[in-house]
Design a binder for this molecule. Sequence first.
Ligand code: FAD
Length: 431
Amino acid sequence: MESIGCFEECLVETIAVEIGRRQMVQAGVLGLAAFASGCASVVTPAKARVVVVGGGWGGLGAVRVLAAAGTVNVTLVEPNEAFMSCPLSAHYIAGHQPASDFQRSYTRIDQLGVRRLRERVTAIDREKREVVTGTQRLRYDYLILSPGIEYIEDSIQGYADARAQLPVGFRAFEQLAVRQQVDRFLDAGGSFVIGIPKPPYRCPPAPYERAFLIAEQMKRRGTKGKIVLIDANPAPMPAPIAKPILDAMKALYSNQIEYLTDTAISAVDMGRKTLSTALGEVPFTQANLILPMRAPALIRQAGLGERWAAVRLPSFQSQADERIYVIGDAQGTPLPKSGHVAFGAGQQVAGDVLDLVAGKPLPKPGGEVELPLGICWANVTHAEAININVRTTISAAAAPQLRFTVDPAHNARSGAAAMSWGQGMWKAMLG
Ligand SMILES: Cc1cc2nc3c(=O)[nH]c(=O)nc-3n(C[C@H](O)[C@H](O)[C@H](O)COP(=O)(O)OP(=O)(O)OC[C@H]3O[C@@H](n4cnc5c(N)ncnc54)[C@H](O)[C@@H]3O)c2cc1C
């Protein structure tokens, strides 16, 4: 996996190429303006308005390219005051690193001239091309949506009433509450149940990684008890990751982790602290139920899709509205639900929007087209990880083809590469 070693340079280079291309577009526009300024009166057309919803991995990929071009007015709508990474945050959840290692401020985005609105979008008025928040209606010429996921709470009876005691921790900042559960478990022992749904959900290796890093701390601290992984799947999904994950579980944590397969959780009883499954009732001291996921309600309410937003590939343009792009985990293509894919899709879509605004026709895709690359990591200890790369291509009228490259076994090289990948990505997003 030589490509991983040069990850940061490659990323910076990709961004530089992207920005360079955009600056040329801008230079072209400025050149025209200079030429026109010889005339007595020049009417400067208003810049096109691009609204980006969601300041996570996908939204920031788009915002950085749009802001670098300087040819459009960019508004980022994001309710959180700062960014927190889900990737790598298992190191925080299990108590190996502080939360601050995985958080970044939006200061750089503000410095780039992006208007940042710290609110939640509550509706999209497609007819008027307006995004609605609690206090404003924002007009857009192009809308880029990257709002991530919501949990399907009614998939487990009793979950909605117990939400506050059962944080999932698969969205930014929810990790803080899961960390408290982990601390209690590591201190007092007992049974820590992690429930794993059927895919698609974001970052399929993540529940196993979470279990491994908590189990590592159990060993270190001599915690009495066990982690019970209740998996709705017959094995870790997708298939190419199963062997290295199961090998690591057996080799490192056979005394800490009990793995139940093909077992869905149907109900939770917080009074009795039990979970209902086809195998019978499973008692727990702490439970971390990773719920099935879908695109946030906003997508359905705007008529952009059902469980996931329906988009065209390779463009990520909404099937319902050509002025709207949906990227990241909210879109429903077979692409992996990965931050790396989301960021790459954000860059790609922003480039297309800039071309459209500049009046350039988009190239008609012919032959095989490369879609944004997926890079995921499953740490099995604080120092060792399994690297999972997913290359996706698409040809006209054919379904996307996914090709996996997976480390055959966990190793320290991927452990180090994971952390430098994170640093490189956060720098590209917010540095
Ligand atoms: C534990 C874990 C480990 C992971 N590891 C990896 C990994 O190794 N590699 C990898 O590539 N990916 C990994 N992922 C997946 C990665 O986190 C997601 O794929 C990525 O975050 C998707 O980006 P996104 O932009 O779609 O969503 P997000 O990054 O979640 O961003 C969505 C943003 O939208 C905002 N938002 C939501 N609704 C609204 C609204 N109505 N109005 C305004 N803003 C809104 C949210 O506040 C949020 O900031 C991991 C995920 C988890 C949970």
